[in-house]
Design a protein around this ligand. Structure first.
Ligand SMILES: N[C@@H](CCOP(=O)(O)O)C(=O)O
Length: 398
């Protein structure tokens, strides 16, 4: 059953629908977990190990073995910050971002519905993932990207997997509006996170975090917020396992946005559910360069209901955090992902995070998604002849 999160109107799972027909709000798929947690024992470590909790037919899955991503204890950073820190590395998914979790469920649903074309608007990662899963499923795929604002690695992926790529003269929000119109007219099946089945895949990040912690919730989960589907999805996942009795507590959901694209942090600051879109979003973290997140209602609810927080970080703080994580803990992430680390640092410094808290930062995409930003942040390699004396002279005299 699909349910409107605002008015509660219900729809059949088979209905292709993106917004409530009664009130226009966003939708979610109703799932009650009714298996014991031992059901998941001994299974292959991908997200399909939770297949009883996923609202699609697992025997028809379109999968690239997504999920089961690294959960790294980060003691050096933790010591510096005076907390207990884990990083959930979503860049280790097949196309290098958490979107693959959503796409395996979304694409499986597309096959169950018998559609022939799928589409999305994207700041990059969604399109890379959709293109790969569409190729695997053998479906036609169209993607709309904001012209000149997509990191090189992501653009290469979308094109190389054979998507029909449109460079839209406009920002992501405008591209999504156009793509959604096509989907409403039934020209294609929309696989952005407004599709509630996409988020059913992403909720497994929440499942894995509490499972990895030995069926305990962390005090806090911190993640970047762009179109706002992921924070809602992770909250849905941990809430489902809480209702099932697998965990006793719930984490405080904490969303981080870039200063130039922060409609949710603004709404949180004003303690309101009424989000005012940001007209011209801008940030180096292109993955979260979004002014009108479609899942803002779900995201703000997750934050308020969990007693969580929303905060902003500057581009400079993002780039510093990206380097810090790479050089202190060896974890390479794209700029948007580093927003969670930058936000953690800022919240600790402000005293909003208590000493000793157990925090999980979700880092959403791999470093190589945005190679240009990574290279620009480094000094040029040392140019030298293949002459051992010359090499020694430089290397040993430092
Ligand atoms: N950062 C996203 C923006 C679209 O988000 P979605 O979760 O609604 O698909 C991207 O990678 O395109």
């Amino acid at each position: 059953m699909i349910r409107c999160v605002s008015c509660g109107e219900e729809y059949e799972d088979e209905e292709v629908i993106y917004n409530c027909k009664k009130c226009g709000s966003v939708l979610e798929v109703e799932v009650e977990v009714d298996v014991p947690k031992t059901t998941f024992d001994g299974r292959r470590d991908n997200l399909w190990k939770y297949k009883e909790c996923l609202p699609v037919d697992a025997s028809k899955r379109v999968s690239l073995d997504e999920g089961g991503t690294p959960f790294c204890k980060c003691d050096k950073l933790a010591k510096e910050l005076g907390i207990d820190l884990y990083v959930k590395v979503e860049g280790s998914n097949p196309t290098g971002s958490f979107k693959d979790r959503g796409m395996t469920i979304g694409m499986t649903k597309a096959m169950m519905l018998g559609v022939d074309t799928v589409g999305c608007a994207s700041t990059g990662n969604t399109s890379a993932s959709l293109a790969a899963y569409a190729a695997r499923a053998g479906l036609r795929c169209a993607v709309f990207l904001p012209a000149g604002k997509v990191a090189l690695g992501k653009l290469a992926q979308a094109m190389f997997h054979g998507a029909e790529v449109f460079s839209i003269n406009g920002n992501f929000d405008e591209a999504l509006e156009a793509m959604t119109q096509l989907a409403r007219e039934k020209h294609l099946y929309l696989l952005n996170s407004i599709n509630p089945f996409r988020l059913e895949g992403q909720k497994t990040i929440g499942y894995e975090i509490v499972h990895d912690l030995g069926w305990e919730a962390p005090d806090r989960i911190i993640l970047p917020v762009g179109n706002a589907g992921n924070i809602s999805a992770i909250w849905k996942g941990v809430s489902e396992f809480h209702r099932a009795g697998f965990i006793d507590d719930l984490p405080m959901m904490t969303g981080i946005q870039a200063e130039g694209a922060c409609p949710i942090a603004n709404a949180f600051r004003d303690k309101t559910m009424d989000m005012a879109p940001v007209e011209n979003p801008e940030t180096i973290a292109t993955a979260i360069r979004i002014g009108a997140p479609v899942s803002y209602i779900k995201a703000l609810r997750a934050i308020y209901d969990s007693n969580g927080l929303a905060e902003t970080v500057s581009d400079e703080e993002i780039l510093d955090a990206q380097k810090l994580l790479a050089r202190t803990e060896g974890i390479g992430v794209e700029p948007a992902s580093a927003a969670s680390i930058a936000g953690l640092k800022k919240l600790v410094e402000q005293g909003d995070i208590d000493k000793g808290e157990r925090v999980v930062c979700v880092v959403t995409g791999h470093l190589l998604k945005d190679p240009n930003t990574a290279i620009d942040a480094c000094v040029d390699p040392v140019q030298v002849d293949a002459d051992i004396d010359k090499i020694k002279e430089i290397l040993l005299n430092k």
